[in-house]
Design a protein around this ligand. Structure first.
Ligand SMILES: NC(=O)c1ccc[n+]([C@@H]2O[C@H](COP(=O)([O-])OP(=O)(O)OC[C@H]3O[C@@H](n4cnc5c(N)ncnc54)[C@H](O)[C@@H]3O)[C@@H](O)[C@H]2O)c1
Length: 252
C-alpha cells in the first residue's frame, strides 16, 4: 500500500480520469475526498470505493466557487485531520461551443476559464496552508496538450490548460522549499465522458487514431499509475515536471 493513510482530494473525481485516479489512490490505501459537482457521479465513485473496502467521501463541490472550495477543504481537514495530496483535475470542455474566437461569447470564455484555471488556483490556495504546516504535500495538475500546441476551435479551453501549466510551474518553484511537490500529467486524447459527444460519431473517433503511435485512444485507467507514482515518495525528486501519458501522441 503505497499511499497508506494519506489523505487525497481529487476534484472531478466522479468520472473519467478523476474517477480512475481516486480509485487507484484508494486501492493504495489513501483516504479519498471526491470533490465533484455532479451529485450522482460523485456519490457513485465514493460508494464504489467503499464497496471495495476503501475509504472515500463525496463532497459536492464547484471548483469555480471560492466558498465551495474553502468548505470542501475545511471539511476534509475536519474529517481526516490532515491533507497530503490534491489532484487538480476537474475541468470542462464545451464541444461545439468553444468556438472560433470571433464567434465565442465572453460568457463562455469566462465560464471555461473560471472552472479550468481559477478552479485549479482556488483548490491550490486552500490546500497549500495545511501542507505548509506539515511541511509536506503533493499537488498534481491534470494538464493537456492543448496548453502546449495550437488546436483550432479550442481557444478558451487551450488558454485555460496553458495557464494551468504555467500556474503549476510557478507554484512548484514557490513551494518546493516548503516540502510541497507539484507536477503535471499531460494526457493524450482520452475516451472519457468529456469526449463522449465528439466520439459518438465513429468517424470522428477514428480520425484521432493515426496521430497516436500506440494506435488507440487513451482510457481513464492509463493515467492512474502515473498519478499514484507522482504522489508517492518514489517521485521525491520530481518537481515542476510535465509527465506525458499520451500513447506517443506528442512525438509527431
Ligand atoms: N479527455 C481527454 O481527452 C483529456 C485530454 C487531456 C486532458 N484532459 C484533462 O483531464 C481532466 C479530466 O478530464 P476527463 O476527460 O476525465 O473529463 P470528464 O468530463 O470525463 O470528467 C470531469 C469531471 O469533472 C466534473 N466537474 C466539471 N466541472 C466541475 C466543477 N466546476 N467542480 C467540480 N467538478 C466538476 C464533471 O462533473 C466530471 O465528473 C481535465 O482536466 C481535462 O482537461 C482530458
Amino acid at each position: 500500500m503505497r499511499l497508506k493513510n494519506k489523505v487525497a482530494i481529487v476534484t472531478g473525481g466522479g468520472a473519467g480520469l478523476g474517477e480512475a485516479i481516486a480509485t487507484g489512490f484508494a486501492a493504495e490505501g489513501a483516504r479519498v475526498v471526491i470533490a465533484e459537482i455532479d451529485l450522482a457521479r460523485g456519490a457513485s465513485t465514493a460508494s464504489a470505493i467503499q464497496k471495495n473496502g476503501g475509504d472515500a467521501v463525496f463532497v459536492q463541490t464547484d471548483v469555480a466557487s471560492e466558498a465551495s472550495v474553502k468548505a470542501m477543504v475545511e471539511g476534509a481537514l475536519e474529517r481526516y485531520g490532515h491533507l497530503d495530496i490534491l489532484v487538480n483535475n476537474a475541468a470542462i470542455l464545451i464541444s461545439h461551443s468553444d468556438k472560433r474566437t470571433d464567434e465565442l461569447s465572453s460568457e463562455e470564455w469566462d465560464r471555461i476559464i473560471n472552472v479550468n484555471l481559477r478552479g485549479y488556483w482556488l483548490c491550490a490556495k486552500y490546500a497549500i496552508p495545511p501542507m505548509r504546516k506539515q511541511r509536506a504535500g503533493n499537488i498534481l495538475f491534470i494538464g493537456s496538450r492543448t496548453g502546449l500546441r495550437g488546436f483550432p476551435g479550442l481557444a478558451a479551453y487551450s488558454a485555460s490548460k496553458g495557464g494551468a501549466l504555467a500556474l503549476m510551474r510557478s507554484l512548484a518553484a514557490e513551494y518546493a522549499r516548503d516540502g510541497i511537490r507539484i507536477n503535471a500529467i499531460v494526457p493524450g486524447t482520452m475516451d472519457t465522458p468529456m469526449n463522449a459527444e465528439e466520439f459518438s460519431d465513429p468517424d470522428a473517433r477514428n480520425r484521432y487514431i493515426p496521430g497516436i503511435p500506440a494506435g488507440r485512444l487513451g482510457i481513464a485507467s492509463d493515467v492512474a499509475g502515473m498519478a499514484t507514482f507522482l504522489a508517492t515518495d518514489e517521485a521525491g525528486f520530481c518537481i515542476g515536471g510535465l509527465y506525458f501519458v499520451d500513447g506517443g501522441a506528442d512525438l509527431g
